[in-house]
Design a protein around this ligand. Structure first.
Ligand SMILES: Cc1cc2nc3c(=O)[nH]c(=O)nc-3n(C[C@H](O)[C@H](O)[C@H](O)COP(=O)(O)OP(=O)(O)OC[C@H]3O[C@@H](n4cnc5c(N)ncnc54)[C@H](O)[C@@H]3O)c2cc1C
Length: 320
């Protein structure tokens, strides 16, 4: 391995992982390194290669392991053997747990939750993330230690640049670990879907006014096959849990359809959703900034608008 080689360790959210591989490809081309994709869960090696990887390690034996510290120890062992210069993860729940543990074991630094990455010709990773209360975008480098490690917010990078007909080596790597904790079962989460993967998002803001209002949004979202999201003001008010928050300090999303209900359209919210294919805004204030970004706007009370929406959905004989 060369010190300019980049590893991308993949989590479950495949499309965003492929976007990260594509980003790694662009960076490896700048510094003359290679890109290796390590797949923890899914076997999609050809897509990884099409997205820009020179090779893929299919890690065998981790699928059923829920002990993040044991996985981190195993991955740290593989990394210290091959010594890539850069190791990247998505900032998913698992990535946020595993990546810092690996960095601690390897005695290196980690920049968490990056919103963009770049590389200089010497192979120094430029890690960009909000800092100082999110008032600036800091560019962080790790000069003295290797590997350079970063987690990247899922959904924040552009779509992968596909390299059709590209080839690469695929290796199956058996990984033996000794989990210290054992998975006995799952508690079903209310949001039993990944917000960052959703095709339709019905997002509520402070204008929803109550938890019950969000229960209603959740009902409508499940009727139309979507997920519920929230603004920070709604989360701070206790109407919705934090993991529904969309925006600068929440999840970044890029659905086909984003319906913003009772959301004013602050810049911190927009940064997490303004690349959605279509945006519909519902707000009773016709001057709300969200209307400047929406493809369609409805000026009116959110509850009355959503009642009408649900009614016409039922009348059109859609499945409920
Ligand atoms: C460092 C930092 C990070 C931040 N990160 C995030 C982030 O990740 N995500 C985020 O969302 N925000 C974030 N914020 C907060 C952000 O600045 C805004 O305060 C927040 O997005 C406002 O949420 P909102 O639009 O729901 O509330 P408001 O701005 O209060 O807007 C509520 C809207 O609801 C409308 N409304 C009220 N009643 C009704 C009704 N009955 N029918 C229809 N419309 C109605 C109102 O006209 C208004 O436009 C951050 C702020 C800072 C400083």
């Amino acid at each position: 391995m060369s010190k300019n080689d980049i590893w991308v360790i993949g989590d479950k959210i495949i499309p965003y992982n492929l976007a990260l591989i594509s980003k790694a490809r662009a960076m490896a081309d700048i510094c003359g390194g290679s890109v290796t994709a390590l797949s923890l869960y899914e076997d999609n090696p050809q897509d990884c290669i099409r997205a820009g990887a020179d090779g893929v390690y299919l890690l065998r034996g981790l699928q059923e392991v829920s002990d993040d510290s044991a996985i981190a120890e195993a991955l740290a062992g593989i990394i210290s053997k091959d010594k890539p210069g850069t190791v990247l993860f998505q900032a998913t729940i698992r990535g946020r747990a595993i990546a810092p543990a690996i960095a601690a074991i390897l005695g290196t630094g980690l920049t968490a939750d990056c919103i963009d990455l770049d590389m200089d010709q010497a192979g120094c990773l430029l890690q960009k993330r909000p800092a100082l209360g999110d008032s600036i975008i800091a560019e962080i480098i790790c000069e003295k230690h290797r590997p350079q490690m970063a987690t990247v917010r899922p959904g924040i990078l552009p779509e992968p640049v596909w390299r059709e007909n590209s080839t690469g080596q695929i290796d199956k790597i058996p990984v033996r670990i000794l989990p210290k904790t054992v998975r006995t079962g799952f508690l079903k989460s209310r949001n039993d879907y990944a917000l960052s993967q959703a095709g339709i998002i019905l997002a509520g803001g402070a204008g929803i006014g109550s938890r019950e209002g969000f229960d209603y949004l959740h009902h409508i979202a499940s009727c139309i096959g979507g997920c519920v999201g929230a603004s920070r003001a709604a989360v701070d008010a206790g109407y919705a849990p934090y993991h529904w928050q969309i925006g600068q300090t929440g999840v970044a999303v890029r659905p086909r359809l984003y319906i913003a209900v009772g959301i004013s359209g602050s810049v911190q919210h927009l940064v997490g959703m303004n690349t959605s294919d279509y945006i519909i805004a519902v707000n009773h204030d016709r001057n709300a900034p969200i209307f400047s970004y929406a493809d369609y706007g409805i000026v009116g009370d959110w509850k009355e608008t959503m009642d009408q929406f649900l009614l016409s959905w039922k009348e059109n004989n859609h499945e409920l």
